[in-house]
Design a protein around this ligand. Structure first.
Ligand code: FES
Ligand code: FES
Length: 151
C-alpha cells in the first residue's frame, strides 16, 4: 500500500508498505532516515522514539499505516539547517554518547521533557527518561546532558 505523511516538515509518499510494517522500518528503510534506532523492536528500549503529531511514541510499535496523513518528527528533524539542537549539543558536550544506539531516543525524549518542563528536577528527569534504556553510560552523563540542555 501507499502511505502519505509528513516527516520533518517534508511530505513523503511511500509505496509498497506492507501490512504490519512498522513506522520505524518505513523511516529507516524506505525514507532514508536511519537516526531512529532499532534495538528491541518490542517497545522496551526507547531507541526508536519519534514524535507522531507532537507526541513521543516508540516507532517500532506504530504501524506505518497508522501514520497516514500525519506528521512525524525524528531526531534528524530536531537539527536546524545542519546545526545541532541544543539538546543534541548537550549530549555531545557532556559525553552522554558512547555507542550512540540509545541517543536518538533519549534526545527526542529529553526534547519533549524540556518542552513541557524547562527546569526539571532530577527525579523528573529520571521519570521522563525511564522508558529509554542505555547500556553504556550509567546514565550520569545523560543526566548531566539534560541539566545542561535545560540551562
Ligand atoms: S526499538 Fe522500539 S522500543 Fe526498542
Ligand atoms: S550510549 Fe550505548 S546504549 Fe546508550
Amino acid at each position: 500500500m501507499r502511505i502519505e505523511l509528513t516527516v520533518n516538515g517534508t511530505e513523503h509518499a511511500v509505496d509498497d508498505v506492507w501490512e504490519g510494517e512498522s513506522l520505524l522500518h518505513a523511516l529507516r528503510e524506505r525514507m532514508g532516515l536511519p537516526g531512529s534506532k532499532n534495538a528491541c523492536e518490542q517497545g522496551e528500549c526507547g531507541s526508536c522514539t519519534v514524535y507522531l503529531d507532537g507526541v513521543p511514541v516508540c516507532s517500532c510499535l506504530v504501524a506505518a499505516g497508522q501514520a497516514q496523513g500525519r506528521s512525524v518528527t525524528t531526531v534528524e528533524g530536531l537539527a536546524d539547517d545542519g546545526e545541532l539542537h541544543p539538546v543534541q549539543q548537550a549530549f555531545v558536550a557532556c559525553g552522554a554518547v558512547q555507542c550512540g544506539f540509545c541517543t536518538p531516543g533519549l534526545v527526542v525524549s529529553t526534547h519533549d521533557l524540556l518542552e513541557r518542563n524547562p527546569a526539571p528536577s532530577d527525579p523528573e528527569i529520571r521519570e521522563a527518561l525511564a522508558g529509554n534504556l542505555c547500556r553504556c553510560t550509567g546514565y550520569e552523563k545523560i543526566l548531566d546532558a539534560v541539566r545542561q540542555a535545560a540551562q
